[in-house]
Structures are given as structure tokens and as C-alpha cells.
Ligand binder design. Sequence first.
Ligand code: 3HC
Ligand code: NAI
Length: 693
Amino acid sequence: MSDKIAYARHGDIAVLTIQNPPVNALSQAVRHGLMERMDQAESEAGVRAVLIVGEGRAFIAGADITEFGKPPMEPSLPDVINRIEASPLLVVASMHGVSLGGGLEVALGAHYRIAVPSARIGLPEVHLGLIPGAGGTQRLPRVAGIEAALEIMTTGRHVGAKEAAAMGVIDVIQDGDQTENGIAYTQKLLDDGMPRRPVSEMPVPAAIDWDAAFNAILAKGRGQISPAHCVRAVQASVEKPFLEGLAAERQIFIDLMGTDQRQGMIHAFFSERAVGNLPELKGVTPRALDHIGVIGGGTMGAGIATAALLSSIRVTLLEMTADAGEAAHGRIAGNLSGALKRGKISADQHDAILNKALSVSTDYASLSDADLVIEAVFEDMDVKKQVFTKLDAVCKKGAILASNTSYLDINEIASVTSRPADVIGLHFFSPAHVMKLLEVVVADKTAIDVVATGFDLGKKLKKISVRAGVCDGFIGNRILATYRTAADQLIMAGASPYDIDAALEDFGFAMGPFAVADLAGLDIGWAVRKRKRAEAGIEGVSTYADKMCEAGNFGQKTGKGYYDYAAGPKARVPNPDVMPLIEADRAAASAGGKTFTSDEIVRYYMAAMVNESAKVVGEGIARRPLDVDMTLLFGYGFPRYRGGPLKWADIVGLDGLLADIKSYASDDADFWAPAPLLEQLVADGKKFETLNT
Ligand code: 3HC
Ligand code: NAI
């Protein structure tokens, strides 16, 4: 008999307890066990009802995702759920923790549902590139109505017990132990003579305009297809008898299982969890993080301070002058009132943070007891060195000194201190209290427990932390610089910024590179170009991009950049001054005249991204391909359903990409020098994913 499903009798009730830690995923053994235990309950004398509960932290988190992409194993989940629902016994589910995907589908196969107040339900299959495949699209509309059911399955969001009860998904909410509650509730149902109540036998709601719903959801998905397919499955629930609807749902589920989008999203699911899991950090105790200092309260410093404060960490922010301190305080207060408005914190928490947890100072002595200080001053090596020299003098022994620099050399910064082992890069993304990515930049002498503390900070701040080595731009900005250069090459060859943005937005990026540049501020790139030219001793160069800045057009913040924002930030009307400047550069370089299809633009841009990513992995700046993938996903708007640039490369084929890279080398041999790692993988007939373990 199954050891995944414990069986116990409580009078007339058979209690089936799922025991498959950590989250009771519905593996083949669990499905098989549920079948066996249902048989047992039905064959035992005196059993009138079955109660299904989960042991540990959840009822059931869904199908076992590790089985996806492998040959199907009997019994299938729809068969298990149909068998549960068809039982002559009264079946009750008692839910706690999460009931997601197949977990909610099992609960909907029961005849009644009770849950603790903290329970959450959901159908998150769309986040895996799928639709619910075990009756969720057929049963949920019968219980909650079409509108609510479609909203739940197309967003994949978690729904709290109270809301789920209001929708009719949960019958009773009761605090306490899920098994005891479930037994008492089932007994009451028996005592009251309540009948079996199979959801499949409930009437279906009225039809809606299916094509309109499909098109609206498809348009919202930015190329992701699975949410729209939920509509077709729900349509089948209304238009077909139950079993035929179920078969239609299963067919869509199986079709989606074969897509690249499913592969990309499942890669993202597991990589998101693996990225912070570094073997060298096993057993390493992080240092304390009760009090953090932040130096510089501009865009980044204020955002970093906000993120720490929202995670209950005390912050001392240091600015140059009292006025600058006041401005920084204002920025943080603005961020916090946004968090209050969105319901992320209560009014009491908001006041406590501003009055107690945050202090603003102009005196370095106020940082003397900080556990970690993050510097976010101007991007200038001399200024950074001055700050670190002062920090070294005032900070307590064991305090970690971190820089939020975007590009500068952490080893050089560390060299001005007497404690390079305590120095690390913590590279946040703007806005720092919103963006999920944190690059933990490990310098040559950084101590291992300092690295562990960087990851611990990321966890406390609910970020996705990626380990990066030192180089110009670390993982993300280095790769960004390369694919931006590829975009600039396309422009010189004949593509317009607007063609490029449109092609990449069709590919799935939230925004194309030129719209992003306008949002971030064109002055940032201008400053970098000027610095690099000065370092290389180049004078008198002014490209079209420099000329836009010279004219005071820095993007959204000045109202004009590549686009004209006179009609609002979303209007994005091409700025008519830009193309003449580009034409002038093309004429001066005797370039231009080529035309590109959207596919050609995407291929060129992605080839540059993949080639540089392979160099970043090959040089050990990123440990694994998945570290690059997660950096691009969480920091640079790369479409999640494509998994990341290296997952995308694996899917489209490395040999074809390498051939393209070699063909582009006629434009610029240095820039397009193939990454040795890419050449090696092609020679060995391997994929990037072989390096992820
Ligand atoms: N299958 C296999 N493993 C799973 C899993 C699942 N459904 N859900 C979680 N896990 C694993 C995680 O990979 C992780 O493993 P690790 O410790 O080796 O890294 C471990 O369980 C714990 O997970 P988390 O670290 O994510 O723990 P949290 O407490 O932060 O979150 C959770 C728990 C909310 C359940 C979250 O893991 C989650 O959202 N899981 C996915 C839920 C899901 O997508 N369910 C639908 C599956 S598809 C389906 O059911 C198809 C059906 O319609 C036919
Ligand atoms: P910013 O110009 O908005 O803010 C810098 C702040 O530092 C100013 O408020 C200034 O008064 C203060 N400051 C300067 N010197 C100081 C000193 N010696 N002591 C105390 N305060 C001082 O700059 P921003 O954008 O916040 O950038 C800060 C750092 O973060 C830079 O290194 C930048 O490269 C990096 N960064 C910026 C990102 C962005 O998108 N803006 C993203 C990630 C990193």
C-alpha cells in the first residue's frame, strides 16, 4: 500500500493524508496512492465519507513539475480526480497552505471544501506556459462563474480563503488544524444528511463573447499564448458535455506541453530557485544585518533604503549636505507612501518606519555601528575611493562595505581600504525597491561569509540574487552594452530605432532598447561614452546619440529623446529630429541603405546577446548559463516565456547561431569574435543547459 498517502479511520470517515514533502506535489506515486486509498475506503465496511488533507506546509502545490516533458505515467491526474468525484462516498477536502494547480483541481473533485483562513488557492499553470489540465477549466467556472474563473486562471494569482469563499470555491472557513477541522466538518455533513455534490454535475454558466475574450487576453500576453488558451478550454466547458469539455482541455494542455514557451517558463521556474543556491555557500553563516547604512540618497540610495526599511531593517542614510539629506528623506517618504497606498504596509508601519527605523545624517560617525554600508554616490572612481576611505576609518570591525556601482572595478575600490575581504558589490536595479534583481559582485579578496551576507540581504529584501564576478558592467550591464552596440550597428546599417523597438517588443521584451534608453535617461550612456573616450584619449567625437544629449534631450525626463513625450509617457511618438541626425552619421560613414525584416533585427540583436553571454559564462563572470538567464529576466525585461537568452539559444539551436555570428563578423570582426564557449559547445554537440548543474 502507498506510503505517500496515510490512511486512518475516524468512525465513518476515512482520512487520506498526503505525505509528499515539501509541498505535496502530485507525483505518480501520490496519484497512484490516492487511487489505492479511495479503493480501500470504498471497500471497508462502515465508511461513509472520505476526507482528503495534506501533511506539512500545504494541501497540494499542484502537479509534480519535474515530471513535465517526460513520458506520461498512469494514472493520469484527470482520471484520479474523476475517480474521487465519482465515488459513492461523500468526499471532503480540508485545505491549508496552498492549493495550486492540480491541488485546487483535486479539491474541486471533492464534494465539499473547508479551509483555514490563511489558505490560498490558485491555478498558476499559465506561469509554466500551460493551462490547468485536470479539470480546472471545466469545474471552476461551474463553481465561481466564467468571469472569476478566467481571471484566476489567466493571471495565475493566489486567491486568499476569504475571497475564494465569496466566489463559492470554499464552503467553510475555520481556524485550527486542517485534519481536526476536516473531520468535524465531514461528520456534520454526514449528520445533516448532506448529499454528494459533484461539481461536474452543476449547471454551466451562460456563454460570453469567446473570440473577444481570447483576443483581449492574447493582446495582454505580449506574445505569451497560454493565458488566451484558457479561454478556449472554458468555452468547451460551456459548449460541450462535461467529459468532452475535459477532453478538449486535456488536448490544449498536451499541445502546450510541447511548446517552447512551456520549456522556457519551466526553465525560469527552476532557475529562479537555483540561482541563489551556490555550493560554496552551504553551511556558511551570514553576518548580522540589523542596521544598514546607505551613502547617497539619490535615485538608487533612496530606493535601496526603501527596500531595506520595507523589510524591517533599520537604515541610516548619509548625504553630503542637510539639504541633500532632506531631499533624500523626501524621496524615501514618497516611496513609502506609494507602498502604503498599494496596501504593502499599514499606516502604523508607515509611521514607525519614518519615525523610528530611518535616520538621515551628514556625519560618518553615525555609521559606526552599521552592519553593512551600501554606497550609492556618483559613478566616479575618485568619489567612490574617498567614500570608502572614510568608511574604512569609521565602520566597526566586521562591517561589510558595499558599492552599488554599475560598472566600476570593485577590486580597485577595495584596495583603498584596510579590509578588502569585507568589500563587495551589491548592484541594485532602478527603482531599487521594485526591481527584483540584485547582482552580488564578488571581488578577488571578498570573504565567503561576506558573499553569504549579500545573498542573505537579497533574501530579506525578496530579491533574486545572482553571483557575478568583476568586469566592466558585471553580468547584466556588460551584456547590455554589447546588444546595445548591435542595435547601434543596425541603425548605422539602415534600421530605424523605431523598427528595432517594434521588432523586440514583438519578440516579447517589455520595451525596446531605445524606449528603455529614453526611460533610463540618455545622459547615463552619454556620460559613459565620454568617460571611455577620455580614458582612450579620443577627442572631438560626437555621434547622433551625443548630439541628442547636447541638445538637452535626455529622454522621458526632458520630454524628448528617441520619442516625443509631449502627449504623455505612453504616447511614444517618434521624435522627428532623430532620423536626420542618424542620416548625417550614416552619410559621414558612407553607411546605411540596408533594410531589415523584424526577424533579421531580432536574430542580429539576440546573436550579440548570446555571444556576449557565452563569454561572460566562459570567463567565469557568471557561474552558470542560468545565472545569465535570470539576470536578463529579472533586470532587463527579457520575456520570461523564452526562459532567458541562453535557454532561447538552446531552443533555436547553437550551431545556426554560431554560423550567423561568423557571417556578421564581416561587419566588425572584433565585435563579432565568436565566444570560445559557444564554439566548444557546438563542436561537442552540447547545449548551454548541460552547464547548469
Ligand atoms: N512540483 C515539483 N516541485 C515543486 C513544486 C511542484 N509543483 N512546487 C514546488 N516545488 C519544489 C520547489 O522546486 C522547491 O524545491 P527545492 O527546495 O529543491 O528548490 C521546493 O518545492 C519548495 O518550493 P519553494 O522554494 O518555491 O517554496 P515556497 O514556500 O517559496 O513556495 C509554492 C511554495 C508556493 C508552492 C511554490 O513552490 C510554487 O508556486 N510552486 C509551483 C506551483 C504550481 O505552479 N503549481 C501548478 C503546477 S502545474 C499543474 O498543477 C498542472 C495541472 O493542472 C495538471
Ligand atoms: P544620483 O545622482 O541620483 O544620486 C547620487 C547621490 O549621491 C546624490 O544625492 C548625491 O548628493 C550623493 N552623493 C554624492 N557624493 C556623495 C558623498 N561623497 N557622500 C554622500 N553623498 C554623496 O545617482 P544614482 O542614479 O542614484 O546612482 C548612484 C550609484 O548607483 C552610481 O554608482 C550608479 O552608477 C549606480 N546605479 C545607478 C542606477 C540607475 O539606474 N540610476 C542603477 C544601478 C546602479
